[in-house]
Design a protein around this ligand. Structure first.
Ligand code: SF4
Ligand SMILES: [Zn+2]
Ligand SMILES: [Zn+2]
Length: 315
């Protein structure tokens, strides 16, 4: 049986989904087309957006910065600022921060680096140690997730971006959908929107342009385009539940290509029946820091109080 090829150039890889053989140039075009299609399908960007791109120096955000900076050249009224969070993870984050500096300099993209220490008064290593001492049952990733989201918002506000882009890929998206199902969390299941929503005036709409691109495709794209990225895993790694779901879904995708995309498409059609409720006024402003919150005290202040970190973070 003859295998379909993109052209007569030396082949680089089969497309993991169609199994057709691609050269580097046409594989690059294929992935960029998938990104463009997702951006258009979910109305992610306007021609004058100032995008704040969460940039860690890992493979996903490095490839996203490369692709968006190429797209952006065609839209002279748009701009990109890289937003980098230094959680303070010894032997891991320092090295990736150096790489992000190198990359943004090469691409001439302005960068804002915000550290947990500067924003919250302690780095992640200290916070994890403190939570163990106090026997608080929160994983490093749970602490990191709560604070990183806030840190990105603070950095975004500083440079007045109009949207925040994150490099979550199709694997991450399908995992989040299945995770919410397995936890029976209908509120989060419905809220997971790929269309950017300006829910509250002071929170930036978020976009995920890689929502139709898988993790292996991103690795191949980086290789085809000689992109240098930080490839060491975080010493705390992801939560056990997400790891289990990741292993299961990756196996399914390998055996039955497009399984991940089918999960996202199913979620697309289900959420049509649950239109997003847009409240421009939040239920609360945190009584400690003044940020938007679902309770009288926000999750960040709640966490810092439990860990007895006294520095009042800036808003
Ligand atoms: S693996 Fe967990 S602790 Fe490490 S950067 Fe990611 S969320 Fe933070
Ligand atoms: Zn080709
Ligand atoms: Zn607060």
């Amino acid at each position: 049986m003859s295998v379909a090829k993109c052209c007569n150039n030396p082949h680089f890889t089969p497309d993991p989904r169609s199994k057709k053989l691609y050269c580097k140039t046409h594989f690059t075009e294929l992935i960029e087309k998938r990104v463009r299609k997702a951006i258009n399908k979910y109305y992610m960007l306007a021609s004058n957006d100032h995008i704040g791109l969460g940039f860690s120096g890992g493979k996903d955000s490095t490839v996203l910065l490369h692709i968006l900076s190429n797209f952006q050249k065609r839209f002279p009224f748009s701009s990109i600022t890289a937003l980098t969070v230094d959680e303070g993870i010894e032997g891991y984050r320092d090295e990736s921060i150096d790489l992000t500096r190198k990359f943004t300099k090469k691409y001439q993209i302005p960068q804002v680096i915000i550290s947990f220490r500067e924003a919250f008064g302690a780095n992640l290593d200290e916070l994890v140690k403190r939570s163990k001492e106090k026997e608080i049952t929160l994983s490093a990733c749970a602490i990191c997730g709560i604070l990183r989201r806030r840190a990105i918002n603070l950095a975004a506000r500083k440079v007045k971006v109009t949207k925040i882009a994150t490099a979550h890929n199709l694997d991450d998206e399908a995992q989040s959908i299945v995770m919410n199902m397995l936890r029976g969390d209908s509120a989060k299941f419905i809220r997971l929107s790929r269309v950017p929503i300006e829910k509250y005036k002071s929170l930036h709409p978020r976009i995920r342009p890689f929502v139709h691109v898988t993790e292996p495709e991103i690795v191949l794209y980086a290789y085809a385009n000689n992109l240098e990225y930080h490839s060491y895993p975080c010493p705390y790694s992801a939560s056990a539940m997400r790891n289990d779901i990741r292993a299961f879904l990756s196996k399914m995708e390998e055996k039955r290509p497009n399984s991940l995309l089918n999960v996202v498409k199913l979620h697309d059609s289900l959420t049509k029946y649950f239109p997003q409720k847009i409240d421009l006024e939040p239920p609360f402003y945190c009584k400690t820091c003044g940020e938007i919150s679902t309770h009288e005290t926000c999750a960040v202040c709640d966490l810092l109080k439990k860990l007895e970190i006294n520095k009042q973070h800036k808003t």
